[in-house]
Design a protein around this ligand. Structure first.
Ligand SMILES: [Zn+2]
Length: 159
């Protein structure tokens, strides 16, 4: 069974909506404090995380993305299953490209260690937005050859 376009569009709209409402529980609540991550070197000032030059004397912290990686606590999981092996090397390339582009702009949006199992591949991410980008890129490439299901905490793509 294929997902009709209209219901797929609806599912995407819902997922987009959920991503906008999403609150990263690994981010400190309240006022943002200028800080620099001692693990990855990303710094947060003027309200967002960035790479590169940072003002001096920022408070040393472990950033939310590094904390999630340390705790093995993904913000979201993208699960790939079905007739994937045929496409895996291409899919892996797409995942790498999306991550590279995303993390350059948004240091907290990373792909964690990918688990390649016998019947599925699990791609944990440190943020919801990179997960959404991944799903969008894969669906754009494979269109009607995949089925997508959005659940709380996990998006499944089946070939
Ligand atoms: Zn970090």
């Amino acid at each position: 069974m294929r997902t009709p376009d209209s219901s797929r569009a609806l599912a995407f709209a819902r997922a987009r909506h959920a991503a906008r409402r999403w609150v990263d529980t690994y981010r400190p609540i309240g006022k943002l404090h200028p800080a620099i991550c001692t693990q990855c070197g990303a710094s947060e000032w003027r309200g967002r995380w960035r790479w590169g030059e940072a003002p001096p004397d920022l408070a040393p912290v472990i950033c939310p993305a590094c904390s999630r990686m340390r705790d093995n606590a993904p913000a979201h999981m993208v699960e790939l299953s079905g007739g994937l092996p045929r496409w895996w090397s291409e899919v892996r390339g797409i995942v790498a490209n999306v991550e590279r582009a995303e993390v350059r702009e948004h240091p907290m949006e990373r792909v964690m260690r990918i688990e390649v199992g016998d019947d599925r591949v699990r791609i944990p991410t440190t943020g919801l937005h990179v997960a959404r980008r991944l799903v969008a890129a894969l669906v754009r490439r494979f269109r009607r050859d995949v089925r997508v299901r959005f659940d709380e905490g996990v998006t499944t793509i089946e070939w």
